[in-house]
Design a protein around this ligand. Structure first.
Ligand SMILES: CC(C)(COP(=O)(O)OP(=O)(O)OC[C@H]1O[C@@H](n2cnc3c(N)ncnc32)[C@H](O)[C@@H]1OP(=O)(O)O)[C@@H](O)C(=O)NCCC(=O)NCCS
Length: 222
């Protein structure tokens, strides 16, 4: 289930690294090195420790995962993880920038594509209005920005970078396909709701009678 895109990897990474030189937004390689795995694991565990109420998973569960499990999480099929990294070097496209110890990983998002979701028997919330056969769902998960780096547009950049990946993901790229982006948010998470609303997501009615009170938001990718 290899993903081929109409943009080359280098072109796609260039698109993601053009803005705001104080931070770079990088795609974690789908064949991550040990260093990528270690740095992503540290970032994700930090997110679960600092903001446990924002995620359905827990620090206890994920801190016991082996490095192989972390690698499998990052390893592609039909999903991508993107990281925001500090570092003001000028327009460097070097992969090593991501792993330079001086450059901190401070934010992340993962996008699960339609093939991945199908294998994992994902079903969208009942309130989803897009149910035609040619609909391809994409689920955005694990959105997080370190508290010291919030309010600088990084959340928006990470989600926008995920949307750029969806635009070039061949799994949902037939001209007839509708690409529907979905997000699940814990109740009361106003900053996340405002972030997604500012990008164009809107609330989806939750399942009638469901005990799960999570909020869903979605949008059709233009
Ligand atoms: C939600 C989160 C990712 C936002 O990251 P961020 O980098 O601070 O967001 P941005 O700076 O890109 O903000 C973009 C927009 O989001 C909204 N927003 C972000 N934080 C907000 C807050 N605290 N209150 C209200 N609106 C907020 C605003 O509309 C903002 O646009 P503006 O700056 O033009 O007003 C970050 O607060 C976070 O990691 N929270 C904990 C984890 C979490 O909730 N993850 C989401 C799980 S679904």
């Amino acid at each position: 289930m290899a993903i081929r895109t109409s943009l080359s990897h280098a072109q796609f990474r260039f698109v993601l690294t053009m803005v705001d030189p104080a931070y770079k937004v990088h795609v974690v390689p789908s064949m991550p090195s040990e260093h990528h795995v270690v740095r992503y694991k540290a970032l994700r565990l930090q997110a679960l420790q600092i903001d446990p109420e924002c995620f359905s998973s827990t620090y206890d569960r994920e801190s016991s995962m082996s490095n192989e499990e972390w690698r499998a999480r990052l390893h592609s099929g039909d999903k991508v993880t993107i990281a925001a990294v500090t570092g003001a070097s000028i327009q460097s496209l070097s992969e090593s920038e991501m792993l330079n110890p001086e450059n901190e990983w401070v934010g992340t998002v993962t996008v699960l594509g339609p093939n991945f979701l199908q294998i994992h028997a994902f079903s969208p919330p009942k309130g989803v209005q897009w149910v035609e056969e040619n609909v391809k769902y994409y689920l955005f998960v694990g959105v997080w920005v370190h508290p010291s780096h919030r309010g600088k547009g990084l959340g928006k950049r990470l989600v926008s970078a995920g949307m750029d990946w969806v635009r070039v993901d061949e799994a949902g790229h037939n001209s007839a396909d509708k690409q529907i982006l979905l997000l699940q948010i814990m109740p009361g998470n106003k900053s996340a709701i405002e972030l997604y609303r500012s990008i164009g997501f809107y609330p989806i009615e939750s399942d009638k009678g469901a005990t799960n009170t999570d909020i869903w938001m979605g949008m059709e990718l233009a």
